[in-house]
Design a protein around this ligand. Structure first.
Ligand code: COA
Length: 144
């Protein structure tokens, strides 16, 4: 079992760790342009970072953000840590936070390959696919 913790905080608190993960996953792996990746919404979003402790070293391995408009975005798990339930744990934490804040629904723009991931958390697809940064996406929503 992985020894992990999840930190929620502002951009100024978590930017350094969140940026490293998003750079690795979205810019280097998925080839999303730098100027598409970074936007003004980071400054006002609530950010989440998952940390693991391995061999007495703490490493940031996953991140996501929650916007004031109930939108979850920038969900990313470092490649080496995928398929181990980290993304699920991260999303459950965000859903818990949203419930705590008495939000009634959540939405996101899912890359099409990740639809089963979000469906397993209860999200449902809405409407048709579209391209964002050249990657097929579809809107998904969850009532909480
Ligand atoms: N396609 C299909 N199913 C997937 C999936 C994928 N790409 N990724 C995860 N799942 C399923 C898993 O099989 C698992 O189901 P199970 O519990 O029945 O076995 C469930 O979703 C949870 O998987 P988990 O291990 O928690 O997911 P993860 O830690 O690998 O994180 C992503 C999932 C999508 C966040 C991760 O693959 C990632 O960071 N990808 C690159 C960035 C990206 O595309 N982000 C999404 C932007 S919308």
């Amino acid at each position: 079992m992985i020894d992990f913790k999840i930190q929620a905080g502002s951009w100024s608190e978590l930017a350094q760790d969140a940026m490293q993960i998003r750079r690795d996953v979205f810019i280097l792996e998925q080839h999303i342009p730098e100027d598409e990746e970074w936007d003004a919404l980071d400054a006002s979003a609530l950010h989440f970072v998952v940390y693991v402790k391995e061999k007495n070293q703490v490493q940031a391995i996953a991140t996501a953000r929650l916007l004031a408009n109930n939108s979850i975005g920038r969900v990313a798990v470092l490649k080496a840590y995928r398929g181990q339930g980290i993304g699920r744990i991260l999303m459950l934490k965000i859903i818990e936070q949203a419930k705590f804040e008495q939000r009634v629904s959540l939405k996101l723009s899912s890359q099409v390959h990740a639809i089963p991931f979000y469906e397993s958390l209860g999200f449902a697809v809405q409407g048709d696919e579209y391209l964002d940064c050249g990657i097929p996406h579809i809107d998904m929503t969850l009532s909480i």
